[in-house]
Design a protein around this ligand. Structure first.
Ligand SMILES: [Zn+2]
Length: 315
């Protein structure tokens, strides 16, 4: 029987599962649907059942399961409510321990799992410390110091998307407050900035109602002036925010992931340009890179939490 470790990354639509060998090799990955009925009470039993069934079929000896949750999780594995899944406050770690009938279980916030995954096997593998920022519909973030996730007292360390970057914003962020980075630098935020610029009379050639972040980056690559201006504004917000983050945690690298990061070098160039324009001399030495593991980062990070427990990381 092969000894394996499971990473289970729970999302609002699907649960991504990955089976890993002790050395971090991804043996197999699969997905099951996330059942949101009855306040999400089927999610963990479905996950445990799927793992057990597959393990029996493949003759795996499951030695640990790490669970990624799209909401705040304390370092003890307690979920502090998760609106997307209908979950209230409870110990995800304890519940999964009961369902799997085994000890080596961890639960972690999904953005932290993605950061840990990139740090372990992705773009951050050559660095001891990194900040990961995930630019999707919203913005997720995580901080990896000495190859470990910084959870924070409430499990909310690294919530870079809700750093305040504008003090006089009138629109409200999804979190209920105003002026969060997510309102300017997420996929939605970039479109919001673009629309604002158009209102102010910029000549963007794209149909306003069809606008998305990719179209703006594509326009900028072709040299469209309005698009370049919007990308510059995006770079200013994100680069400045990351400069502020670096004043608190001066990591070796900053890894940028999520759908928006597919824009590639134009994005990295703009963000690092603004980062360097805004940062202290001592913080200038910083590597920027694009994430490498895509949607698999979460399962890697979840598995990493339970692989080789008690051992020092070996890179
Ligand atoms: Zn916010």
């Amino acid at each position: 029987m092969e000894t394996v470790y499971i990473g289970a990354d729970i999302g609002g639509m699907t649960i991504k599962l990955g089976c890993f060998a002790e050395d971090g090799e991804l043996i197999e990955k699969w997905r099951i649907p996330t059942r949101l009925e009855d306040k999400g009470s089927f999610i963990l039993p479905d996950t445990a059942m799927s793992v057990k069934e597959r393990a029996a079929k493949r003759k795996w000896m499951v030695a640990g399961v790490g669970v990624g949750v799209p909401g705040p999780v304390t370092k003890d594995g307690e979920v502090l409510k998760c609106a997307n899944l209908g979950w209230d406050v409870f110990s995800c770690k304890q519940k999964m321990t009961e369902l799997m009938e085994m000890e080596n279980i961890e639960a972690v916030n999904d953005a932290n799992a993605a950061g840990l995954g990139e740090s372990w096997m992705g773009a951050g593998r050559n660095f001891q410390s990194m900040v990961m920022v995930t630019l999707g519909t919203g913005i997720g973030g995580s901080i990896i110091l000495d190859n470990r996730v910084l959870h924070g007292f409430n499990g909310a360390a690294g919530e870079i998307g809700h750093m305040k970057v504008e003090y006089h914003e009138k629109d409200v962020c999804g979190c209920g407050y105003r002026g969060c980075l997510e309102q300017y630098a997420s996929a939605k935020g970039i479109v919001r900035i673009a629309k604002k610029y158009m209102k102010e009379g910029s000549h963007i050639y794209i149909n306003k109602d069809m606008l998305n972040a990719k179209m703006i980056f594509d326009g900028a690559k072709k040299g469209d002036e309005s698009c370049l201006e919007i990308v510059d504004k995006f770079g200013e917000y994100l680069g400045t925010a990351l400069s502020n983050v670096s004043c608190v945690v001066d990591t070796e690298a900053i890894v940028i992931g999520g759908g928006v990061s597919k824009a590639g070098s134009i994005l990295i160039d703009k963000v690092s340009e603004w980062y360097h324009r805004k940062s202290l001399y001592a913080l200038q030495n910083k590597t920027f890179c694009i994430a490498e593991l895509g949607n698999d980062a979460g399962i890697y990070g979840c598995a990493k939490l339970v692989i080789g427990r008690g051992k020092q990381w070996q890179k």
